[in-house]
Write a protein that binds this ligand. Structure first.
Ligand code: FAD
Ligand code: NAP
Length: 531
């Protein structure tokens, strides 16, 4: 008999939570979503800044679970913009009537596991509590912003905006003197979009980025072709390294090309546009000299695009291997610096000293602005989970993960029964097309819950040894690559005090899926299930 209020509480109404709700409902479970925000969409509700769009092609960055949905939705562009992505998520919510089981503006604050009742008590910021046999954290990998440690931010006399919480009604920046702090993907997209409208734009750059052109375009014909074979197309994505049609079946190791062919290959990838550039050679994130060849090619493209040679050099990354920080996909970013109304402050030469009521002081210069925009990133992968007080007896997840996350398959953590994480740390997650990884996790978790129901088993937890092995595998495989050389959010390096460990599983979506499927076939090897 089910003594809990729900079979499952799902936390978060982004792509993950919505599909998990749909799936559990289809399977006859009673599930509810608790969502901190006022609307569905997650990432695509919160990140409404100008120019926001996906960097995985929309044909792939979309659900595959229902052929009818695939056929009825028409993506307008190769990389859809935020309004279109949010419209898609709203359409999905309406089509499957998901909102009736979502409680908005309800933030989960505490999760407490009761061994006797074998359920979680879920407490929320409205003071309410409810119980659930299972909790599924669909809380997002990039959903908790990092507040930059910059003195005086609250003292600024003009308007301050954050890319991760842009006003729904939009912001009129016409004729304003605007500063953007941060040159990751959010900063790049914002800078490119607003440059033509503002009186003057000053970009505060701490670390330059590698950005590959999007060559965004309408995709009517391409979409029709893919729609004619969507099941096959999706199946192909699931057995790639990144969960999308990037991995050219003919991709080779660098040494298999002669020097002319190397240039041809990089030119071909560059001309294709997008993140596939990082898969030019199978050893691009393994071998420093191969990596340098790919980085040098991009550096030359930046020199070609930016008219002022000195400025171009400031925009070229030199302190980390290409692809070891998340690469960006741009639509005219570097060209923005050829405009008269755009200037760059290189914070490596002129450190950011603080914000004043009038603007920003960097080096010895006081810059005056009407508007400040911060695009300073997220406490990635663990931030949203650690923001919740998750406990089982004396054990808390915050304590357990203080030296870095410890999970089995990125799906569960020993000591915390019946708690699953979708695209959690130590799964491919942010290194992949997230939709492929989200669907794989939701399907795997849902299959497991059905098996447990059929067997009358109520409790599942990873064995400590299985978890230790998985943590070692994820760390050891990351150490074989160049990723640990970059001070990236993949490493937790952007959050003061956060332990530096490589957070995602690096060996690929294809390898990972085989492991997860193998674990299930081997009667959920490494998990302990009890009645
Ligand atoms: P989210 O969309 O982050 O949703 C999580 C939800 O959980 C949020 O609504 C949040 O409010 C809620 N939540 C969190 N904690 C709590 C709590 N304690 N209580 C209640 N609710 C809570 N990935 C790609 O693969 N391709 C892309 O092109 C791409 N572009 C991106 C662009 C931006 C600007 C950002 C920030 C990320 C991007 N990502 C991209 C990653 C993106 O986060 C995922 O693709 C995907 O949208 C994640 O969906 P999700 O449901 O797992 O998490
Ligand atoms: P980000 O990549 O972490 O970039 C944050 C930027 O802010 C960096 O340039 C960082 O510099 C700078 N910064 C942080 N604190 C600072 C400080 N105190 N002073 C000066 N500069 C500071 O964050 P993001 O741009 O929001 O992107 C996060 C991830 O979300 C992306 O990598 C991507 O996965 C996803 N995303 C995707 C898209 C898309 O194209 N679809 C768009 C947006 C986001 P340092 O590098 O020196 O730390």
């Amino acid at each position: 008999m089910n003594m809990a209020d729900h079979d499952a509480v799902i936390i978060g109404a982004g792509f993950s939570g919505l599909y998990q709700l749909y799936k559990l409902r289809e399977l006859g479970f009673d599930a509810v979503i608790l969502e901190a925000g006022p609307e569905v969409g997650g990432t695509w509700y919160w990140n409404r800044y100008p120019g926001a769009r996906c960097d995985i092609e929309s044909i792939e960055y979309s659900y595959s679970f229902d052929p009818e949905l695939e056929q009825e939705w028409n993506w307008s562009e190769r990389y859809a913009a935020q309004p279109e992505l949010l419209a898609y998520i709203r359409h999905v919510s309406d089509k499957y009537d998901l909102r009736k089981d979502i409680e908005f503006q309800t933030r989960v604050t505490t999760l407490d596991f009761d061994d006797v009742a074998c359920h979680w008590t879920v407490r929320t910021d409205d003071g309410a509590s409810r119980t659930a046999r299972f909790v599924i954290a669909a809380t997002g990998c990039l959903s908790v912003p990092v507040q930059p440690e910059i003195e005086g931010v609250d003292d600024f006399g003009g308007d301050t905006y954050w890319t991760w919480d842009w006003p729904e009604e939009g912001v009129d920046l016409t004729d304003k003197r605007v500063a953007v702090v941060g040159t990751g993907s959010s900063g790049l997209q914002t800078i490119t979009a607003i440059a033509p409208d503002v009186a003057h734009l000053t970009v505060f750059q701490r670390t330059p980025v590698f950005a590959i052109p999007a060559f965004n375009h309408e995709i009517d014909e391409e979409l029709a072709e893919v729609k004619s074979r969507y099941p096959e197309f999706r199946a192909e994505s699931r057995v790639t390294r990144g969960g999308a049609h990037c991995a050219d079946p003919e991709a080779k190791f660098f040494d298999e090309y002669n020097p002319d062919e190397v240039v041809d290959e990089l030119s071909r990838r560059w001309a294709d546009g997008g993140l596939c550039y990082q898969q030019s050679f199978l050893d691009l994130v393994l071998d420093p000299s191969v990596n340098k060849a790919a980085a040098d090619f991009v550096a030359d493209q930046i020199r070609h695009k930016v008219n002022d040679p000195a400025l171009a050099e400031k925009l070229i990354p030199t302190t980390y291997p290409i692809a070891t920080k998340r690469m960006c996909v741009d639509t005219g970013y570097f060209e923005v610096y050829n405009r008269d109304n755009v200037s760059l402050v290189d914070l490596r030469e002129e450190p950011l000293k603080g914000v004043t009521p009038q603007g920003i002081i960097a080096g010895d210069t006081a810059h005056e602005f009407d508007v400040l925009i911060f695009a300073t990133g997220f406490d990635a992968m663990t931030g949203a989970l650690q923001a919740i007080d998750i406990r089982h007896g004396d054990l808390t997840l915050r304590d357990k993960w203080s030296e870095g996350p410890r999970t089995y398959l990125g799906l569960m953590s020993a000591g915390f029964p019946n708690l699953f994480t979708i695209t959690g740390p130590q799964s491919p997650s942010v290194l992949s097309n997230m939709l492929t990884s989200i669907e794989q996790h939701v399907d795997w978790i849902s299959d497991l819950l059905v098996v447990m129901r059929e067997r009358g088993q109520r409790r599942i937890e990873p064995e400590v040894q299985a978890e230790t092995t998985w943590v070692d595998i994820t760390n050891d495989t990351a150490d074989l690559t160049l990723f640990p050389q970059a001070a990236s959010w993949y490493m937790g390096a952007n959050v003061p005090g956060k332990r530096r460990v490589f957070l995602p599983f690096v060996a690929g979506v294809d390898v990972y899926k085989q492991i997860c499927d193998g674990v299930a076939v081997a009667d959920y090897h490494g998990f302990e299930m009890t009645a």
